[in-house]
Design a protein around this ligand. Structure first.
Ligand SMILES: Nc1ncnc2c1ncn2[C@@H]1O[C@H](COP(=O)(O)OP(=O)(O)O)[C@@H](O)[C@H]1O
Ligand SMILES: [Mg+2]
Length: 260
């Protein structure tokens, strides 16, 4: 059974205009059309500077902070444009959570790291916050490791635990989509495999977009895989098809490690 479409990217082009006379216009995404389905993991692979991060940042409108960012085409979330003039950008960013390559934890307790966002949203009851902390940490498969030390500093956790804390913090805001940009690039293999297991579990509740520089990771966890090269979407399909029977020569060259 085909899942529901959660995000529809249509003819999306992203350009960074020159800020200084010596800079050139950079087309970071060129005419991208792609559907992203609910309860699936879309793995996005491709060499550096192919536009992967720009795509994620375009979906939750993080590129808006750059004055030289221009786009054409559209991105729909539940059939409504995230670029519509009446859209509340803060709401889009809550619905579409973002986990960065390196864990960015606050220099506060594990408990405070999870509660920070919900408190900003106005949740102040201790019982409610406790419940959010427990549920989010369980979803990120970190609860058993930290349940007896919630008051400890988040900085006392290992890199892999900090990254799962970042996932828990995203989950605490009750997102619909979770985007992760090379989330295991700074982690050892054991921590990496814990994150991968976590993502596979989370798939039943969320739409997940995983940008990864690790093609094996894409093959392990992705429901679908999209291959980007030089700002273009070269190939998209079921992960198994992409890795066993790619249609494009460039995809084959990349997944067999001939470039990248
Ligand atoms: N804020 C920006 N200003 C100018 N150019 C940018 C900006 N962000 C990204 N780019 C350019 O867009 C291209 C794609 O970058 P990016 O999306 O980060 O690729 P990837 O994540 O695949 O490595 C690169 O050439 C990069 O220099
Ligand atoms: Mg990137």
């Amino acid at each position: 059974m085909e899942a529901n479409i959660k995000i529809q990217i249509s003819h999306f082009t992203a350009t960074f205009k020159p800020r200084y006379s010596f800079e050139k216009t950079c087309v970071s995404l060129s005419d991208i059309t792609l559907n992203i389905y609910e309860n699936e993991i879309l793995s996005i692979i491709g060499p550096a500077r192919s536009g992967k991060t720009t795509l994620l940042r375009s979906i939750n409108r993080l590129n808006d902070i750059h004055e030289n960012f221009f786009k054409t085409g559209d991105i729909l979330l539940d059939k409504e444009s995230v670029y519509h003039a009446r859209v509340d950008v803060a709401d889009i960013r809550r619905r579409v959570g973002f986990v960065f390559a390196r864990p960015v934890v606050l220099p506060k307790s594990i408990w405070e790291n999870i509660c920070y966002g919900p408190k900003l949203k106005g949740i102040s009851k201790k019982e409610e916050l406790s419940q959010i902390v427990e549920e989010s940490l369980k979803s990120a498969y970190l609860w058993d490791e930290v349940k007896n030390r919630l008051k400890d500093s988040a900085l006392s956790l290992s890199g892999g635990q900090q990254q799962r804390l970042c996932i828990a913090r995203t989950i605490a805001l009750k997102p619909e989509v979770i985007m992760l940009d090379e989330p295991t690039s700074a982690l050892d293999p054991i921590s990496t495999s814990k994150i991968e297991d976590t993502l596979v579990e989370l798939k039943s509740k969320y739409t997940i977009i995983l940008v990864t520089n690790n093609t094996k990771q894409a093959a392990r966890v992705g429901t679908k895989t999209a291959f980007f090269l030089m700002s273009k979407l070269i190939e998209y399909g079921n992960t198994e098809q992409i890795f066993t029977n790619p249609k494009e020569k460039q995809t084959e060259d990349y997944i067999t490690g001939r470039f990248g």
